[in-house]
Design a protein around this ligand. Structure first.
Ligand code: AMP
Length: 125
């Protein structure tokens, strides 16, 4: 079944300027902002401006320009936050929860960037 995008989701409303956000960075195709309920000292969400539900939806249907912009925006946020291990930073974790098994709450693709402390093992058992 093809992806059906719900344009009433909260990130769509942020992108339309209907509700505020704490912007970290914005580009032509992407927006990065602080999570409203941070799970770590650093907790930034990066979203594409386009109507994509999950990572695989985005990878299948986004343009090359959108994919490049999104990937580079995540990199630029990591650089801005000073958390790149390659630059002496403490490291980070990227998470893109997708669908029911991933417990995705907002049906607009978002990548969590988490850092600021040692985050523990990848998954709880
Ligand atoms: P997920 O469970 O991966 O779908 O994560 C959704 C994330 O969106 C959660 O970490 C929420 O805290 C975050 N969130 C929900 N509403 C907002 C908002 N208005 N501004 C920033 N982050 C939000």
């Amino acid at each position: 079944m093809p992806f059906a995008y719900d344009d009433q989701n909260i990130f769509a409303k942020i992108l339309r300027g209907e509700i505020p956000n704490d912007t970290v960075m914005e580009t032509e195709h992407s927006l990065a902002f602080n999570d409203i309920q941070p799970q770590a000292p650093v907790h930034v969400l990066v979203i594409p401006r386009g109507p994509y539900v999950t990572w695989d939806h985005f990878a299948a249907e986004a343009t090359d320009a959108e994919i490049t912009d999104y990937t580079r925006t995540i990199q630029a946020v990591i650089a801005k936050l000073g958390i790149s291990p390659g630059e002496g930073g403490q490291g980070y974790r990227l998470i893109a929860n997708s669908g029911e098994a991933g417990i995705q709450e907002v049906p607009h693709l978002h990548t969590h960037i988490l850092s600021g402390r040692v985050l523990g093992r990848m998954l709880q058992r």
